[in-house]
Design a protein around this ligand. Sequence first.
Ligand code: SAM
Length: 203
Amino acid sequence: MSEFAIRWNERYQNNDTPWDSRLVSKELIRVLKDHSIEPGRALELGCGTGTNAIYLAEQGFAVTAVDISERAIDTAAMKANEANVDIRFVLSDITDLQMVVSPFDFVFDRGCYHCVRKEKLSGFLNTLKKCTRPGSLWLTLSGNSHESDDEHIPKVSEEELKAELGDLFEFVQLREFHFEDEGERQGPLGWSALLKRKGERAD
Ligand SMILES: C[S@@+](CC[C@H](N)C(=O)[O-])C[C@H]1O[C@@H](n2cnc3c(N)ncnc32)[C@H](O)[C@@H]1O
């Protein structure tokens, strides 16, 4: 097990998971609706305990959800079973994804890109390249460098987002939003970036 897997697993084992509101992301719901994103093949990167993956499956998406923490994946699989939805859960490091991947229509991450970018950005982008096709959409929710109160959430600036993701993706929408914390409390300021994979579609 890698040092990253050990570290994330320990956080789930110790309930040191302030991001895990157990609420479906309102920003995810809004983006799906406002951009009329139809159910298709969806991939969640760093799915944690699966709340949003389950929501996507309930909306009719065929969901694959990946996380590096065995504890998180076990909890997510249990919740999916209780919710009676079928999700393909994969225990893997998304910066070095070995599984066979068909291109996904929609990729989602809430707080995963902002965690892995400092350590393994190129591996993360390789995975996105393998798992998408031109026209695929990716909604990434990340910490925002304008947030001054929360010391713990990793923060990204608008310039960093554009420099790191702009070669592979065009920005369909970039806006500020607030994460939701447990009990529907307003969480830290974030970026919501809806991205479209560049290039010509074959079909
Ligand atoms: C801030 S948490 C967010 C979890 C979930 N998306 C949510 O909103 O509750 C980041 C998640 O990414 C996972 N993660 C971090 N690095 C990863 C990696 N290299 N590969 C796969 N998952 C990773 C962690 O285990 C954790 O579940």
